[in-house]
Design a protein around this ligand. Structure first.
Ligand code: PGA
Length: 237
């Protein structure tokens, strides 16, 4: 098995410190190499209790400090034990985040030695249109402008229409679609490329032969039984 990077994006779950710690301990006992992005408010607690776990945040300000109500600086993430940050998630773009802001955030994270996990992907109405590749070109030309091709970061292909679906295999993007993105991306960048969008033990097997470097997992990563199956399936890849 080649090493696959699994990153758990817990989004706005769980709701309290005890439940968060319980889930994190269960996951760590299952597999030590899964990176976890809990709600930022629990980051320091998890870092103290499970010092070996690779932890990160789900967002970060492009600014180092200052009057930015509700924002989280890179230094705060680092000082709370975070070593990576998910940036540009489509759920954040719904609140108006743009690719050029994400590019600034990538630069800010890299300057602090925080590994950016950079999400990209199209909206549903674009997926079968001639606009698709134009959209991909537009996104990367902004996201990675001024970013070194050798920067230590992960790119994630996460088409917005494949995230948080409840349709199992059917909810994820079809293999051919991900393959197309992968080939297009590989002609331009050598950053490791993950895929995210309704990954669970049902959808994962169909991605076995894709040349991906790992997966960003949302809702399934909140269930230990699912993660146990995912870890077992991936060992056979
Ligand atoms: P999902 O989330 O696995 O629940 O679709 C993935 C993500 O949004 O990162």
């Amino acid at each position: 098995m080649k090493p696959y990077q699994l990153i758990a994006n817990w989004k706005m779950n769980p709701q309290d410190e005890t439940a968060t710690l319980e889930l994190a301990q269960g996951l760590y006992a299952l597999e030590k190499n899964i990176w976890v992005a809990p709600p930022a408010i629990f980051l320091a607690h998890l870092f103290k209790k499970i010092p070996g776990m690779i932890l990160g945040a789900q967002n970060m300000s492009a600014q180092p400090a200052g009057p930015f109500t509700g924002e989280l600086s890179g230094a705060m993430i680092k000082n709370s034990g975070g070593s990576f940050v998910i940036l540009g998630h489509s759920e954040r773009k719904q609140f108006g985040e743009t690719d050029s802001t994400v590019c600034e955030k990538i630069q800010q994270a890299l300057s602090l030695d925080i590994t950016p996990i950079v999400c990209m992907g199209e909206k549903e109405y674009m997926k079968d249109t001639n606009e698709l590749q134009w959209e991909w070109d537009k996104q990367i030309s902004t996201l990675f402008s001024d970013i070194s091709p050798r920067a230590k970061l992960y790119a994630v292909y996460e088409p917005a229409w494949a995230i948080s679906t409840t349709e199992g295999t059917l909810g994820s993007a079809p293999v051919q679609h991900i393959q197309r993105f992968h080939s297009w991306f590989r002609e331009r960048f050598s950053y490791p490329l993950l895929y995210g969008g309704s990954i669970n033990s049902e959808s994962l097997p169909s991605f076995q032969f894709l040349p991906l470097d790992g997966f960003l997992i949302g809702s399934a990563s909140l269930q230990l039984a699912q993660m146990q199956k995912i870890v077992t399936i991936i060992k056979d890849f």
